[in-house]
Design a protein around this ligand. Structure first.
Ligand code: A3P
Length: 292
């Protein structure tokens, strides 16, 4: 297993590493199914949380045994990931025994394989405010040995603003998917902050988008299981067995809060960030909350 940190390079206008481009032809030619559910996010927006919620909504009753034996990354393939000796995300997705398939991707909207659009698959997009997203991404890159060197927080924040991150610019990502959502009823656009504020409400909205009607008891159980502290203790969701993650540096389920950015941004960094943000986001109707 190669645990060296990869180089970042410009790939069709988006910064990427080889772990997400080496299987490109298969990713682009991936055959979607009409009942596939795609979870699309910029990294660190709450992907694992929503993948787990979707998995429980669909399989809590049907396959209760997987709660004890199949980690979330085995239930929800990461489409563009190719990291030998593990099977590629496309291979895992092609051989998933259950349906519907829940498939995770961090691809910006223009890179989503066209088959998902042709098949009218449903897409759940999760977005998180830029400041908390950047902080979470920084801690993740410090612990994830197959991400590029994060450098210090100051230089990381500059790279975040410049879009020199794996999967490119946060601004382009959240806005690109937001624009697409305006013309597609197949996209459910969610916010991490809303999920923290009222998990039950967001679950109901998700269930309704997916045409599911879980009982009150099932809902209560899902809400309980997807609480931050419960997921952190759960070996199926806390990623403790991932050999590429260095848990002596940080945690995968690290804080799970809205507003942790206040513990990282200096006053000057915050002012400068806000100024730059206004410029970059001036042409969109998309709005985020940085505290709740
Ligand atoms: P923090 O680093 O701010 O704690 P992803 O799954 O996209 O990599 O996102 C990881 C982020 O989502 C981490 O943020 C993680 O703690 C947070 N997260 C995961 N499960 C959560 C939950 N149940 N409640 C709140 N936040 C959660």
């Amino acid at each position: 297993m190669d645990l060296s940190r990869p180089e970042l390079f410009d790939f069709h206008g988006v910064f990427m590493t080889n772990y997400f481009t080496d299987n490109w032809d298969k990713v682009q030619n991936f055959k979607a199914k009409p009942d596939d559910i795609v979870v699309a996010t910029y990294p660190k927006a709450g992907t694992t949380w929503v993948c787990y919620i979707l998995d429980l909504l669909h399989f809590q009753q049907k396959c209760p045994e997987r709660e004890k034996s199949v980690p979330i990354y085995g239930r929800v393939p990461f489409l563009e990931l190719t990291y030998p000796p593990y099977p590629t995300g496309t291979d895992v997705a092609d051989t998933l025994p259950t349906s519907p398939r829940i498939i995770k991707t961090h691809l910006p909207v223009q890179f989503l394989p066209k088959s998902f659009w042709e098949q009218n698959s449903r897409i759940v997009y999760v977005a998180r405010n830029a400041k908390d997203n950047a902080v979470s991404y920084f801690h993740f890159d410090c612990m994830e040995k197959i991400q590029p060197e994060p450098g210090d927080w100051k230089s990381f924040l500059q790279r975040f603003k410049d879009g020199k991150m794996v999967f490119g610019s946060w601004y382009d990502h959240v806005c690109g998917w937001w624009e697409k959502k305006q013309t597609s009823s197949k996209i459910h656009y969610m916010f991490y902050e809303d999920l923290v504020e009222d998990t039950g409400r967001e679950l109901k909205n998700l269930a309704s988008f997916l045409g599911l009607s879980p009982s009150a008891e099932e809902m209560r159980e899902i809400i309980r299981r997807v609480q931050f502290d419960v997921m952190k203790e759960n070996p199926m969701t806390n990623q403790r067995d991932d050999p590429t993650l260095d848990f002596s540096v940080s945690q995968f389920l690290r804080k799970g809060k809205v507003g942790d950015w206040k513990n990282h941004f200096t006053v000057a960094q915050n002012e400068n960030f806000d100024e730059d943000y206004k410029q970059k986001m001036k042409n969109t109707t998309l709005r985020f909350r940085v505290e709740i």
